[in-house]
Design a protein around this ligand. Structure first.
Ligand SMILES: [Cu+2]
Length: 278
């Protein structure tokens, strides 16, 4: 039946979104896309299998949820800095999920099937799917809540430019640095010598640019320690595949956090600094 075919479209769109999200270098959208794709697959599978046995309202609600997920995917990629072809694919996939979900919800709610006796107990075979769906939805909501809370900025923009490189000191011991480009940074936001100290206020929006003075693909790997800054889109991790890379994040959690290069030996050689969120 047509409704079931539509559910399969959700599954296929979800699988493609999961696959493409693995290709994406936009870390801010990687995890939300993964969650959105998995949500579409699980909801699509559930609708394909148990859809005809669900009440119109439950089916319509699930279809509407898929439509919202599709809208979210399309909308998020509109604002992304990812290359245009990948963005276009994601926006297209999101719009497909939006249309399929909206159509399914409309069909379920406007044409309820002839009253069938409501099953008193759910068929055993679909229970694990129900619970998987519940868990995925709860995780998605928790993550969405975290992202909404943690990325909420006070509107103050702070620019910080850091250089990562190796000192040519001629001696046998190699020393490395993570230092500020003071003229290029917001006054007062960045200080220190070879080990930078970045000082910002809580909820400032930080535009962080890392310049790799040693060139090379992934010769340095910038990260900030602490679980508060471990998850996209708040994590400013940059693997430095380009000579200069930028990242915007909100300093949502106060405290002192070590900034470092994660390439073995570089932290010890001096390639580290401190992020102080007051
Ligand atoms: Cu390094």
């Amino acid at each position: 039946m047509a409704g079931r075919a539509l559910s399969w479209v959700n599954i296929v769109v979800g699988v493609v979104i999961v696959g493409l999200s693995l290709l994406s270098t936009d870390m801010a959208l990687f995890v939300p896309n993964l969650v959105a794709g998995i949500l579409l697959v699980v909801a699509g599978a559930y609708l394909a299998w148990a859809g005809p046995r669900l009440s119109p309202r439950a089916r319509g609600g699930l279809e509407a949820l898929c439509a919202l997920v599709g809208l979210g995917v399309a909308f998020a990629w509109l604002a992304s800095g990812e290359n245009l072809s990948l963005r276009a694919l994601f926006i297209g996939l999101g719009l497909v999920a939006l249309v399929v979900g909206a159509l399914g919800a409309w069909r379920a709610l406007s044409n309820p099937p002839p009253a069938a006796p409501e099953p008193t107990a759910q068929p055993k075979g679909t229970r694990w799917l129900t619970w998987t769906l519940v868990v995925v939805v709860v995780l998605a909501l928790l993550y969405g809540g975290f992202v909404a809370f943690a990325s909420n900025s006070n509107g103050t923009d702070v620019t910080v430019v850091l250089h990562l490189g190796t000192n040519a000191n001629g001696s046998s011991a190699t020393t490395m640095y993570m230092k500020c480009d003071v003229p290029a940074s917001t006054p007062g936001a960045c200080s220190g010598g070879d080990q930078a100290t970045v000082t910002v206020h809580q909820r400032d929006r930080i535009h962080l640019t890392i310049v790799n003075d040693d060139k090379g693909d992934h010769s340095h790997d910038f990260n900030v320690q602490g679980w508060q800054y471990a998850f996209p889109p708040i994590s400013p991790e940059m693997e430095l595949h380009a000579q200069a890379q930028s990242w915007t994040f909100t300093a949502w959690a106060s405290g002192s956090f070590k900034m470092l290069c994660e390439v073995p030996g570089h932290d010890g050689a001096g390639m580290h600094g401190e992020l102080v969120v007051q």
